[in-house]
Design a protein around this ligand. Structure first.
Ligand code: PCA
Length: 197
C-alpha cells in the first residue's frame, strides 16, 4: 500500500476557516490502494519546516502534497516552483512578519517534483478549473513548499504544493472567486491518483 501525506493549513489573517484544510479533511482515509494521511500545518514561517520534518519521519510517505488557500484565485493551481524568499504584507499566526529575506541557506528555488502539468490536464478533463501556477507567493505557503522540497531532495519521495480558491461558503458574502468545497476535495483526489499512476 502506498502512502500519501496531504496537508492543509489552519486559518490565518483573521479568518475563521481555511479552504485548504476543509478540502483535505473531506478526503477518505484510503483511495484504492493509497493510504491518505491528512494533517494540519500552522501558518508560521518558523514552525512549518519542523512540522513537515516530523510528519515525514512519522509517516514515511511515498509522496507529499501541501495544500494552501489562495484568496483571489479562481482555479486550482498546482505550483511549479518555490523560491528561497519570505516576505508578507501580513504577519503569520505567531505575529512574525518578514519584509524580504531568504528562508534559509540553500538554492534560490526548487521545482515541484509532482507531475504538475499532468495534474492540471486531468483536472481540466474532469471539468475542474485548473492551471499551472509559476509563483506560490512569498508568504507561508511558499515557505512550506520550499522547506518540503529541501527536506525531500535526494530522496525518492515526490512532493509539491497546490493552491485552492476560497470555498463558495467562504465567499458567500464577499466579492471573491470561489469553487464548491466538494470540487476542491475531488480535485485533491484526482491529484493524488495522478501522482501514483
Ligand atoms: N495560504 C497562505 C498561507 C496559508 C494558506 O492557506 C499562503 O498562500 O501563503
Amino acid at each position: 500500500m502506498k502512502k500519501i501525506l496531504i496537508t492543509g493549513f489552519e486559518p490565518f489573517g483573521g479568518h475563521t476557516r481555511n479552504a485548504s484544510w476543509e478540502a483535505v479533511q473531506g478526503l477518505p482515509d484510503c483511495l484504492g490502494e493509497i493510504a491518505v494521511f491528512k494533517k494540519q500545518l500552522p501558518v508560521e514561517y518558523d514552525r512549518v519546516a519542523n512540522c513537515l520534518k516530523q510528519l515525514l519521519e512519522e509517516i514515511k510517505p511515498d509522496a507529499v502534497i501541501c495544500v494552501g488557500q489562495a484568496a483571489g484565485r479562481s482555479t486550482i493551481t498546482p505550483e511549479k516552483i518555490a523560491i528561497n524568499w519570505k516576505s508578507g504584507k501580513i504577519s503569520d499566526n505567531a505575529g512574525v512578519k518578514y519584509r524580504g529575506t531568504p528562508i534559509c541557506e540553500g538554492p534560490d528555488a526548487y521545482f515541484s517534483s509532482l507531475p504538475v502539468e499532468m495534474i492540471v490536464s486531468n483536472l481540466q478533463n474532469a471539468g475542474i478549473p485548473a492551471a499551472v501556477s509559476y509563483t506560490a507567493g512569498t508568504y507561508v505557503c511558499n515557505c512550506a513548499m520550499y522547506c518540503l522540497l529541501r527536506l525531500l531532495k535526494s530522496t525518492p519521495v515526490k512532493g509539491g504544493f497546490l493552491h485552492v480558491p476560497y470555498t463558495c461558503e467562504q465567499a458567500a458574502s464577499i466579492n471573491a472567486p470561489s469553487l464548491p468545497l466538494s470540487m476542491l476535495t475531488h480535485a485533491l483526489e484526482i491529484a493524488i491518483q495522478t501522482i501514483f499512476n
